[in-house]
Write a new protein. Structure first.
Length: 561
């Protein structure tokens, strides 16, 4: 095997570099700059030639490796996290807070500094030993605001309407298209999601500043604050310019790019078995996965997100199941669902994989409806406290464009045979007979969903129904309802997979390769309008082909502030 000779070469180089690093003193503090929202897993593997076109953004996995290298050196006294104003999901906030907690538990002092804090970055900073703000900076509003948009009137204005059937009033994925405001059930659900997310913010502030709940809520309500107000309220520990940080921290501060040349590095990983990684990100569709060429501002997120195709995921699951070097697998899910049939295909393939080697699921910002369904074969399911999950329910329907055709003066004639041949036609709403048939499809799909969840959680169907019916939960609420097993992100899921697979703690992670027939956008500085529209139309066509959808609410905004 060529792997072992290459490892011996890397080992020799490592010994030479270690000898040099022993003679060079590392900085007292290592600084890490976070200037863009870090994804948990990085971008999917790309061809070698594309890797030279630009540096990928720092991922949480990369940051974890760098922080652990600083901890393992043994000579570094602390780390400094430089936070720029960022929009972070609650899942990213949770992952970063977990990392800072890990560093502190290892004995290093953690300091967070920012020119100004947003709600999200301040929540991260509250996990540090010390929170510093630039003089003249601000502490933004720490409260929570989420906007829900309803477009039924806008659709009607152009001659369109959505004709949908949902399994229960809590299955609100179509409400944005059919209503002019919240239904009582949708408002109830939005309120409990917001309340739990706000409780998480208050808990972070409380733990970071040793305040009781009332004190933490008072601090949140007092924001936004000027730098002096934040210091007086105890929201920050000091007002320090970036240039004055070495004096404040009591030692030299070097960025990772400089410090890494002086740090002792771990021994190169010996060739051996690894953890496999499969990702299910974006809209779940029948067919192959596609990457969105562009995400236009103010555009419907459903149409311009990545698409996870069942053909791609099934092929990857089968490949990892057959790969002898893969001892365990993590499926990373960041999806609000989509096609019911594609979700079932993925779940079936993952169940086959789980029958051969341990399978662990990790949820990102959202893993709901079909996104929750595909995690059911896993023996352990991890979710961040702020993960949007659940939405165990079914939705089906179509967009009726007959009014638009009339306004455009389109004259159309249809010749058909069979009682329900025109059921999915966009010309008119469902007839009463067609609605009965649609109800049968929805009921069967929902029953299958309930049975899959009940089997995975080891509970009777009757125990699952009260938390199903399309109800959406945060990860912490889902844990209380028995829908997930533990709180944590991708890093904890990988550690669990290593343990279940009998692997050492430093075993590598290898992502499943993309299929050769994958439909990827052609790299370009500015994607063409045709490419963007083709991607959006593919999403619409994929949902139309599916018939029934396991889809969570279309608009689940994250203020990110």
């Amino acid at each position: 095997m060529i792997a072992y000779p290459l490892w011996l070469i890397r080992l020799a180089i490592w010994w030479l570099r270690q000898a040099r690093r022993r003679l060079r003193r590392p900085p007292a503090h290592v600084a890490f700059l976070l200037e863009a929202p870090p994804p948990e897993p990085g971008a999917a593997p790309q061809p070698v030639w594309r890797r030279f076109l630009g540096r990928p953004p720092l991922t949480i996995h990369d940051l974890a490796d760098q922080l652990r290298a600083a901890v393992a050196d043994g000579r570094v006294r602390g780390v400094l996290l430089h936070l720029r104003p960022l929009e972070l999901s609650q899942a990213q906030v949770g992952a970063l807070r977990d990392l800072l907690g890990e560093v502190r538990a290892a004995g290093l002092r953690v300091t967070c500094w920012a020119p100004s804090f947003t709600r999200a970055t301040y929540q991260v900073a509250c996990a540090a030993d010390e929170v510093l703000l630039q003089p003249g900076g601000t502490l933004g509003p720490l409260g929570l605001a989420r906007e829900h948009v309803f477009v039924a009137d806008a659709l009607e204005r152009v001659g369109l309407r959505a004709d949908l059937l949902q399994v229960s009033p809590y299955k609100t994925a179509g409400d944005a298209l059919t209503r002019r405001g919240f239904s009582p059930e949708a408002r109830e659900m939005a309120e409990w999601l917001a309340e739990d997310a706000f409780a998480e913010i208050v808990a972070a502030v409380s733990a970071g500043h040793r305040l009781d709940e009332a004190g933490a809520r008072a601090l949140v309500d007092a924001s936004p604050c000027t730098d002096e107000q934040a210091l007086a309220a105890g929201a920050v520990d000091g007002l320090v310019s970036e240039e004055a940080l070495p004096g404040r921290l009591g030692g030299d501060v070097r960025g990772w790019a400089t410090a890494r040349r002086r740090l002792r590095r771990p021994r190169p990983r010996r060739p051996g078995r690894v953890v496999g990684l499969i990702r299910v990100e974006g809209l779940i569709v029948d067919g192959r996965s596609r990457q969105a060429p562009l995400r236009p501002p103010l555009a419907p997120p459903l149409l311009f997100q990545d698409q996870a195709g069942d053909l791609t995921v099934v092929e990857q699951a089968r490949a990892l199941a057959a790969d002898r070097r893969v001892a365990a697998v993590v499926v990373w899910v960041n999806s609000g669902g989509g096609s019911a049939t594609a979700s079932e295909s993925m779940a079936a393939a993952l169940a086959g994989l789980a029958g051969r080697k341990p399978l662990v699921a990790a949820m990102g910002a959202v893993a709901a409806s079909g996104g929750y369904y595909v995690t059911t074969p896993a023996s352990r399911v991890f979710a961040h406290p702020g993960t949007v999950t659940g939405s165990i329910g079914v939705l089906a329907g179509k967009l009726v464009a007959g009014g638009l055709f009339d306004r455009l003066l389109f004259q159309r004639e249809v010749v058909h045979r069979g009682a329900h041949a025109t059921m999915w036609s966009a010309d008119a709403p469902f007839t009463p007979a067609e609605r009965v048939k649609l109800g049968e499809l929805v009921e069967r799909s929902y029953r299958l969903f309930l049975e899959r969840v009940a089997g995975a959680r080891g509970r009777p169907v009757g125990d699952v129904e009260p938390v199903a019916g399309g109800r959406v939960w945060t990860g912490r609420q889902a844990l209380g309802h028995g829908l997930v097993d533990e709180l944590g992100g991708l890093e904890r899921a990988i550690a669990a997979a290593r343990d279940l697979g009998g692997l050492p703690a430093d075993a590598g992670v290898r992502e499943a390769r993309r299929g050769r027939r994958e439909l990827l956008p052609v790299p370009a500085s500015v994607p063409s309008v045709a490419a963007v529209l083709t991607h959006a139309l593919h999403a619409v066509a994929a949902l139309n082909r599916a018939g029934t959808w396991w889809l969570c609410p279309l608009v689940m905004p994250e203020d990110g502030g």
